[in-house]
Design a protein around this ligand. Structure first.
Ligand SMILES: [Zn+2]
Length: 443
C-alpha cells in the first residue's frame, strides 16, 4: 500500500518476503546510493556527506555506511535494501462519507470550493492562507468528501504531534465510516494502511507514491519549513499526479514570493469563523525581567498584570523562551497561584496537562513555543515573557496571539508581549495582525 520500509519494519519471514517480491506485490530498492564515492539516502533524500557514517556490521563482516539524517526512523544501511509495497491498491469509493452537519461561513465556503475544485481537477498545488481561528479543519471537509467519493487516498500531514492528536478525533467524528489512522512517534496505530492518514511529516519517510491528495498543515512550522529532507519525503510519499494542499496562517517569505509571482495558486481567508477580529497584541516594556528571573523573582509590573488577569474569568497561557524559564516561572508563581503547571516538548505528561488545562483544572499554563499553534482553548489571555528572544520570530508571535479569542462565546482575549526592547519580529507580528483585521473587515 505504498509503504517504503526497512527489513526490520516488515513482519514477514525471508521466504514470505521473497514470495511477495516474486509475485510483484513488493520490490526491493537500493537504500543508500553511491555515485562517484558520494552517498545519497533513498529514504530521506539526504546527500550531505557528513550525515553519513560507517559502523562495523556483523552480518557483512565489514564496515557499512548508514544515514544519520533519518536515523530516528530506524537505521538505513547501504548493504540492506528498502522494500516498497505496490502503490496500485484500489480504495473504496465512499458514497456519503461526511457526517458533519455544521455550516460553513461564506469565507470558509469560498475556500472549500477552491479545495474541491483543486482535488477534482487534479491541480498540483493550492495554498490555503487562513488566519488563526478561521476554522480550516472544517474548510477541508467538502474536499475530503470529494476525494473519498472518488476513491482517493489522502494524507493530512503536519510537523507537530499535538496537531495530529487534536485533529484525529475531529476527523473520526466527521467521517465515522472512513478508515482513519493517526501516525506519530509513539502513536498506538503503526500500520499506516488506512485510506485517510493523519500523520507527522516525519512518518512520510515510510511512504512512496501512496497518496492522491497530500494536505500539509502548518507548512511554515518547525521542523518542516527548513528541512529539505521532510519536503523530499512528502513529495515522494505522494503519487506523481497528486494534489498538494498547503495550510498556513503565517506563510514564510518563500511561499509569499511564489504567490506573488503567480506560481502558487492560493486562497486567502482573513476572517475568523466567528467574524470577530484577531486580538492585537500589546507591547509592554519590562527591562528587569532577566535580572529578576536570575534572582528567582518576577518584576512587580508583570506580577500586577497577572494578578489583575487572575481576577477575571479567563485562563492564562504564559509563553517562555526556554524550558528552564518555564519551570522557573512556574515555581515563582506556584505559592501565589497553586492551580499552575508547565509543559515543554520533552514533558512526558504534556498531553495530559494540556487536556487538564482545557478542562479548566488549571488557571495558568506556562509553556514553551510547543503550544504556539494547533491548539485551541476556549477562553484564554496570552502573555509572552521576554518576547524579544530569538525563538519568538514573527510567525511564532502571530501564532501565539492567535491562541486568544477563538471561541464565539469569548471572541476577544488579551495578548501581551513583555519585552526588554522592541524587536522587528514583535512589530512585524503586530502589523501583520492589524493588516489581516483590515482585510477581514471588507465585505
Ligand atoms: Zn536517510
Amino acid at each position: 500500500m505504498g509503504k517504503l520500509l526497512t527489513r526490520q519494519e516488515i513482519p514477514l519471514s525471508d521466504e514470505e518476503l521473497q514470495w511477495y517480491i516474486s509475485e510483484g506485490y513488493m520490490e526491493s530498492k537500493i537504500a543508500i546510493e553511491k555515485k562517484r564515492s558520494r552517498f545519497t539516502c533513498k529514504r530521506c533524500g539526504n546527500h550531505k556527506q557528513y550525515l553519513f557514517a560507517a559502523m562495523p556490521h556483523a552480518a557483512c563482516q565489514k564496515s557499512c555506511v548508514y544515514c544519520r539524517n533519518c536515523i530516528m526512523m530506524g537505521r538505513v544501511m547501504e548493504c540492506e535494501p528498502l522494500y516498497r509495497g505496490s502503490p496500485h491498491y484500489t480504495w473504496p469509493i465512499l458514497e456519503n462519507p461526511c457526517a458533519w452537519e455544521g455550516e460553513l461561513t461564506a469565507e470558509q465556503q469560498h475556500a472549500a470550493d477552491e479545495i474541491v475544485s483543486a482535488i477534482e481537477h487534479g491541480q498540483s498545488e493550492l495554498l490555503i492562507w487562513a488566519v488563526c481561528g478561521a476554522g480550516k479543519t472544517e474548510m477541508l471537509f467538502p474536499g475530503l468528501t470529494a476525494a473519498l467519493k472518488a476513491g482517493k487516498r489522502i494524507c493530512l500531514a503536519t510537523p507537530r504531534t499535538d496537531v495530529v492528536r487534536e485533529l484525529t478525533p475531529r476527523l473520526k467524528q466527521a467521517f465515522p465510516h472512513v478508515s482513519i489512522q493517526a501516525l506519530y512517534g509513539d502513536s498506538e496505530e503503526k500500520s499506516g494502511d488506512a485510506q485517510l492518514l493523519i500523520s507527522t511529516t516525519h512518518q512520510l519517510y515510510r511512504f512512496a507514491y501512496a497518496f492522491d491528495v497530500m494536505i500539509i498543515d502548518e507548512i511554515d512550522a518547525f521542523p518542516y519549513h527548513n528541512d529539505l529532507s521532510l519536503k523530499f519525503a512528502s513529495k515522494r510519499a505522494a503519487k506523481i499526479d497528486a494534489c498538494f494542499l498547503y495550510l498556513t496562517a503565517t506563510p514564510r517569505r518563500q511561499e509569499k514570493k511564489r504567490i506573488h509571482q503567480k506560481k502558487l495558486p492560493s486562497v486567502f481567508i482573513a476572517r475568523r469563523f466567528h467574524g470577530h477580529p484577531l486580538p492585537v497584541p500589546k507591547l509592554k516594556l519590562s527591562p528587569l525581567l532577566r535580572k529578576e528571573l536570575a534572582n528567582r523573582r518576577l518584576p512587580k509590573t508583570i506580577l500586577q498584570v497577572i494578578e489583575a488577569q487572575q481576577l477575571g474569568s479567563r485562563q492564562l497561557l504564559l509563553f517562555t523562551s526556554t524550558i528552564d524559564y518555564a519551570q522557573l516561572v512556574t515555581d515563582i508563581l506556584k505559592p501565589i497561584y497553586p492551580a499552575i503547571t508547565s509543559v515543554h516538548a520533552e514533558d512526558p505528561d504534556r498531553e495530559e496537562k494540556v487536556r487538564a488545562f482545557r478542562n479548566q483544572e488549571y488557571s495558568i499554563l506556562v509553556t514553551t513555543t510547543i503550544l504556539e499553534r494547533g491548539v485551541t482553548f476556549p477562553s484564554v489571555d496570552v502573555y509572552v515573557l521576554d518576547a524579544g528572544h530569538v525563538v519568538f520570530d514573527e510567525a511564532a508571535l502571530v501564532q501565539i496571539a492567535g491562541r486568544a479569542g477563538r471561541s464565539a462565546h469569548d471572541p476577544t482575549g488579551e495578548v501581551i508581549y513583555f519585552h526588554r526592547g522592541k524587536t522587528n519580529a514583535m512589530l512585524d507580528a503586530q502589523e501583520a495582525i492589524m493588516r489581516m483585521n483590515k482585510r477581514g473587515q471588507r465585505p
